[in-house]
Design a binder for this molecule. Structure first.
Ligand SMILES: [Zn+2]
Length: 362
């Protein structure tokens, strides 16, 4: 999803203070990978990183708009080759992305390196945790939510040892299928928050997700930081996201008028806007921090800690990240062994108005 957000992120770049742009201007492409890594390490939140001028999307824009895109891209790619695997993994979406052509022999070398890296991560997980073994199905409950009432959920009303697994930013052409397989094997149902752009690009994955019994809500059209938009632009993002997932959904399996703010970033006004659009809002009380944690074993440890500490509620992952896909079967195994049940939110409709939210493209 990071790559798909290149255009939106570039808008963020333009609004940077002049000093940051000046600093950015004198840096050579050889310095960009380390600058991205530093920006990511220092970011307190995902929004800080993605809107601070050194996100992957911003770098992609720089390459596309540079006066010598080919030579700058070659230099940038060569500098990626000098990174250690764990740092290279941060650039995963860029390296496997289709929207930016890195120098092609360089890009294929990086792709094979990443493949081997993720294979080693999978082996490391198994070495630490033991083989995954035969899945023992989790109990899965449905939690009805009346979207037209515009409720705002953090823990989702869930009790002890009840977890709602949620996945943002998808669908992902390479990863959604593997997530769905793991969920199916362990009998877990989850709630997905897809972007409109993702739904337009991969409608088939929205359909498979819904047909597998999961819920799909929306996450704006372009993964916009809504707090930077005016009311009309924000409304367009919110409606555009919902419309796109509704359009991608197969007959008889509607997407839900469930919404998640990108980066969890909202104001009172934006929250009121979502409510008047007839949508329920989902935050979370457990954060996997998968955007920040690079390795699957560390991610698994973090998730277990959150689950133990909070004892229930809504847990957030990103559908686009390999470390999350690798860790998920072990999360599900842990839940199963520790007597947890998974919860999926379903739209109970009703509420203030039985009609679906009024949707229009303007
Ligand atoms: Zn997101």
């Amino acid at each position: 999803m990071l790559m798909l957000r290149a255009a939106a992120t570039f808008v963020g770049l333009l609004s940077l203070p002049l000093s940051s742009v000046a600093v950015a201007a004198h840096l050579q492409p050889e310095q960009w990978p380390k600058t991205v890594l530093r920006a990511r390490d220092h970011a307190r939140t995902l929004a800080d990183w993605e809107h601070g001028g050194w996100s992957l999307g911003a770098v992609a824009e720089r390459l596309v708009r540079s006066p010598n895109p080919q030579s700058e891209t070659r230099r940038f790619c060569a500098s990626l080759e000098r990174l250690e695997d764990e740092n290279l993994a941060v650039f995963d979406s860029m390296i496997r992305g289709e929207s930016l052509r890195l120098d092609s022999p360089c890009q294929s070398r990086l792709r094979s390196r990443l493949e081997r890296h993720w294979e080693r991560e999978a082996e490391e997980l198994e070495r630490r945790e033991g083989p995954i073994g035969a899945p023992i199905a989790l109990r899965s409950i449905q939690v009805p939510v009346a979207a037209p009432d515009g409720p705002v959920l953090f823990r989702g009303g869930l009790g002890s040892r009840q977890v709602a697994l949620t996945f943002d930013d998808g669908p992902d052409g390479e990863r959604t299928g593997r997530l769905l397989l793991a969920l199916e094997e362990w009998g877990a149902r989850a709630t997905f928050f897809a972007t409109g752009q993702g739904a337009q690009r991969f409608p088939g994955w929205i359909q498979k997700t819904l047909r597998a019994g999961h819920t799909v809500g929306s996450h704006t059209l372009t993964h916009a930081l809504l707090t930077k938009l005016n009311a009309e632009e924000a409304r367009r993002e919110i409606r555009g996201g919902l419309l796109s997932v509704l359009e991608a959904a197969p007959p008889g399996f509607p997407a839900a008028a469930f919404f998640r703010f990108p980066y969890g970033s909202r104001t009172g006004r934006l929250q009121e806007l979502v409510r008047t659009e007839g949508m329920a809002t989902f935050f979370w009380n457990m954060d996997s921090l998968d955007w920040k944690i690079r390795t699957a074993p560390e991610l698994l440890a973090r998730v277990k800690q959150e689950l133990e500490w909070r004892d229930g509620g809504i847990l957030i992952f990103h559908e686009t990240l390999e470390q999350s896909v690798l860790a998920l079967p072990y999360v599900l195994k842990w839940l199963s062994q520790n007597g947890w049940e998974t919860a999926v939110f379903v739209n109970s409709g009703g509420g203030r108005s039985a009609e679906p939210p009024r949707l229009s493209r303007h």
